[in-house]
Design a protein around this ligand. Structure first.
Ligand code: SAM
Ligand code: DTB
Ligand code: SF4
Length: 333
């Protein structure tokens, strides 16, 4: 790990009375100190902060559905759905509102409290956005929280989604500002920050995080958390995805990331954004139960539930119920 010093420093970046303070003035050096400290210190701080604002036995459970799959014009290097990547994925049109609501009812019956709808668009077009708004209204009528991830939004589009009752909008920064250009060229980091500002200004909760395991180094993982923790307001939800390697994508051949680095990323997000939900997002399918356990101990308190993410696999519901039972975790109401 390039930014680690020989002996990990014991003196924390945070005095114990600063732990858990919601701050937006983190320096990158402070975030790096949090990230690289000795693992027992890191996990102790993360648990301490987690318990200030959350019940550490509760996990928020969301279900994800791809409402429009494949054929995306963006060139995100990790993604199965980009037309720039030869992944063999079949593109499909936007689903009907009723078909989406059937899936939402099934997710609710299985125990999910939030339904997240993802579309492989650069940004939504007029008629399509009207249809998504109808989906949001339907999900709300079921008594579930709604989330959408549709690409870039204008201020007007964000306001339209807010009017339909949308609770959360997911739009990730994905990685550090420096590494970003190695992964995506068709939209910029600042395009992403603009969309996040429109979502925030519209009064929609922000869900924003990124991916680890794309060949970035620890300094990039620190840079990603630093960007999130210095936004004008912390995202209410911070998804940390372990790359799901997809054949035919530029990142498909990345070396496997040390799971401890993933746990460090989760713990650093928890410490730097104390009141945010931190989601142990994509990648659980290939993670050991022990790594997932460490993630919960490190302050993750949200997961995707159900056997499919957007196009890739997730653990089946029985396996997740068994794991939560073994760990004494329960779904957040
Ligand atoms: N098209 C929209 C966009 O990119 O804004 C919404 C859907 S997109 C698939 C949502 C997020 O999923 C991406 O920003 C990325 O962080 C994550 N993601 C996509 N493919 C992934 C993969 N193979 N492994 C891990 N995370 C992935
Ligand atoms: C997020 O950060 N992770 C989810 C959600 N937001 C939309 C998506 C994960 C996608 C994993 C790859 C796939 O299934 O295609
Ligand atoms: Fe398109 Fe989203 Fe995939 Fe990027 S991550 S290629 S924008 S679907």
């Amino acid at each position: 790990m390039s930014i680690a010093v020989e002996a990990r420093p014991r003196a924390s970046a945070l005095s114990s009375n600063a732990l858990g303070t919601v701050r937006h003035d983190w320096t990158r050096a402070e975030v790096a100190q949090v990230f690289t400290q000795a693992m027992p210190d890191l996990l102790f701080q993360a648990q301490t902060v987690h318990r200030m604002y959350f019940d550490p036995t509760e996990v928020q459970v969301s279900t994800l559905l791809s409402i429009k799959t494949g054929g995306c014009p963006e060139d995100c290097g990790y993604c199965s759905q980009s037309v720039h990547n030869e992944t063999g994925l079949k593109a499909s049109k936007l689903m009907d509102v009723e078909a989406v609501l059937t899936e939402a009812r099934a997710a609710k019956a299985a125990g999910a409290t939030r339904f997240c709808m993802g579309a492989a668009w650069r940004s939504p077009k007029g008629k399509d956005l009207d249809a998504v708004c109808a989906m949001v209204e339907g999900v709300k009528a079921l008594g579930m929280e709604s989330c959408a991830t549709l690409g870039m939004l204008t201020a007007e589009q964000a306001a339209q989604l807010k009017n339909s009752g949308l609770d959360y909008y997911n739009h990730n920064i994905d990685t550090s500002p420096e590494y970003y250009g190695k992964v995506i060229t068709t939209r910029t980091y600042s395009d992403r920050l603009d969309t996040l500002a429109h979502v925030r200004d519209a009064g929609i909760n922000v869900c924003c995080g990124g991916i680890v395991g794309m060949g970035e180094d620890a300094n990039d993982r620190v840079g990603m958390i630093h960007t999130l923790a210095t936004l004008p307001a912390h995202p209410e939800s911070v998804p940390i995805n372990m790359l799901m390697k997809v054949d035919g994508t530029p990142t498909g051949g990345s070396d496997a990331l040390d799971p401890i680095e993933f746990v460090r990323t989760i713990a650093t997000a928890r410490i730097c954004m104390p009141k945010s939900m931190v989601r142990l997002s994509a990648g659980r399918e290939h993670m050991s139960d022990e790594t997932q356990t460490l993630c919960f101990v490190a302050g993750a308190n949200s997961i995707f539930y159900g056997p499919k993410l957007l196009t890739t696999a997730n653990p089946d519901q029985d396996a997740d119920r068994r794991l939560m039972d073994r760990l004494g975790l329960r779904p957040m109401a």
